[in-house]
Write a protein that binds this ligand. Structure first.
Ligand SMILES: Nc1ncnc2c1ncn2[C@@H]1O[C@H](COP(=O)(O)OP(=O)(O)O)[C@@H](O)[C@H]1O
Ligand SMILES: [Mg+2]
Length: 95
């Protein structure tokens, strides 16, 4: 299942929805990958903390063909659950 949450309007709870929906899926035992394409990288901040936004490789490194996609995937605290959650981060996508 692939779920995309998108709307041009900022502050409309996209990130809040994605982070909580992803965590709920992981807690139910689903393998969950959250892809954070927003240059604000708030999903990454929420799931992994501020230091994760400074250490690459990032999702834009994969989009630019500099790394394989797996290189940008980080484990989250939900990874010890039966399904496990993961996150991609995108800080500096606009740098
Ligand atoms: N159900 C809610 N009730 C109150 N505040 C909320 C709710 N959902 C999100 N927020 C708040 O709204 C703000 C914007 O949410 P966010 O998910 O970051 O928006 P977006 O990703 O669409 O820009 C955040 O400060 C968040 O804590
Ligand atoms: Mg957001």
């Amino acid at each position: 299942m692939i779920v995309a949450v998108a709307t041009q309007k900022g502050g409309s709870a996209k990130t809040t929805t994605v982070v909580n929906f992803g965590a709920a899926l992981a807690e139910r035992g689903e393998r969950t990958l959250i892809i954070d394409l927003d240059a604000q990288s708030h999903a990454t901040l929420w799931l992994l903390g501020s230091t994760a936004r400074q250490v690459g490789p990032f999702v834009h490194d994969w989009l630019d063909d500099r790394v394989e996609p797996d290189a940008a995937v980080r484990p989250t605290r939900w990874c010890d659950r039966p399904g496990g959650g993961t996150s991609m981060c995108s800080q500096q996508i606009s740098a």
